[in-house]
Design a protein around this ligand. Structure first.
Ligand code: ZN
Length: 302
């Protein structure tokens, strides 16, 4: 492991949808299977080991005229005092450490080929060029955007399932089922899976479990698909914007889009399309598991 003396948290250029940049190598972490090369800035969206839903970008890095394949990318967190790679136990511990200046976070690019020619000591402070695999990124951005729209539709379709007033609403003024029940979410290039916990805690907040369980989930899936496609079609001229405090890795970022003449903002640091006109038709499939008390939703691009 080698870190530059002047290392700071990486500038996350993917927050602004970049797919290329020049950068300086600031850290190199060697593992038996390959190297993570960390840079002062990067257009690569890194996987967040703390449970981020979007996978790390792939692409290539050019160092001293030689091109290396970047197989994956991830957030590398360093304790400023020990200068070692650390794994905070929770997102809040990570953000707290970042704010207090105990941690710095860097975008690590995973390289496995030509290891013999990459000596970690000689790489520090070298210039490089970073190229994201644009097709891979574009598909992830499409899926990620679609998942946000699916959550808006889901909140709307389930709005009548709440027996009492819910304080936590989305920007279309529907009870925010998505945010209240989400357990895990994973984004892939052509589809995404979301798992919602339909248990006692949701019931206590006023969600009608009896009515929900009596749903015909096949029919419900068809309704969700139809509403989602309609929403995309009606709002296809809407532009997507991403904004936040700054573009440092770990900064608070938001996704914003105009839906039915209202602005919807969702906290998110992933990548998205720039206009809803880029989205294809989609299908939504729901599956309720009574034993696990979960609703699984697969949102797929056609
Ligand atoms: Zn997002």
């Amino acid at each position: 492991m080698k870190i530059s003396n002047r290392t700071t948290t990486s500038q996350a250029l993917y927050y602004e949808n970049s797919t290329y940049s020049k950068a300086k190598i600031k850290g190199v972490f060697s593992f038996p299977e390959g190297l993570y090369v960390c840079t002062d800035m990067s257009p690569f969206h890194p996987e967040d080991y703390l449970g981020g839903d979007q996978p790390g970008d792939k692409g290539k890095i050019v160092i001293q005229g030689k091109t290396y394949k970047v197989e994956d990318s991830r957030i590398i967190i360093i304790d400023i005092n020990t200068r070692k790679n650390v794994f905070p136990k929770s997102k809040s511990a990570f953000y707290k450490g970042l704010q207090e200046g105990i941690y710095i976070a860097m975008i690590g690019h995973f390289i496995i080929d030509d290891l013999n020619s990459l000596n970690e000591n000689s790489l520090i402070d070298l210039d490089c060029e970073l190229y994201v695999d644009e097709k891979f990124r574009e598909n992830l951005s499409k899926t990620h955007t679609t998942v946000h729209l699916m959550s808006i539709i889901l909140n709307e379709e389930l709005a009548s399932f709440w027996k009492k007033e819910v304080d936590f609403k989305d920007d279309l003024n529907n009870p925010n089922f998505d945010a209240l029940a989400i357990q895990k979410s994973k984004i892939y290039t052509y589809y995404a899976t979301d798992v919602y916990r339909i248990g006692k805690s949701l019931s206590k907040k006023g969600f009608d479990l009896v009515k929900f369980k009596s749903l015909d989930f096949k029919k419900f899936s068809i309704e969700l698909s139809s509403s989602l496609n309609k929403l995309i079609d009606i709002n296809k001229s809407s532009k997507v914007s991403m904004f936040g405090d700054n573009i440092q890795l770990g900064a608070k970022r938001n996704f914003k889009v105009k839906i039915n003449d209202r602005f919807v903002t969702i906290p998110c640091g992933g990548t998205h399309v720039s206009s809803l006109s880029q989205l294809p038709k989609v299908t939504v499939d729901c599956f309720y598991n009574e034993e696990e008390k979960t609703l699984s939703i697969k949102t797929q691009l056609i």
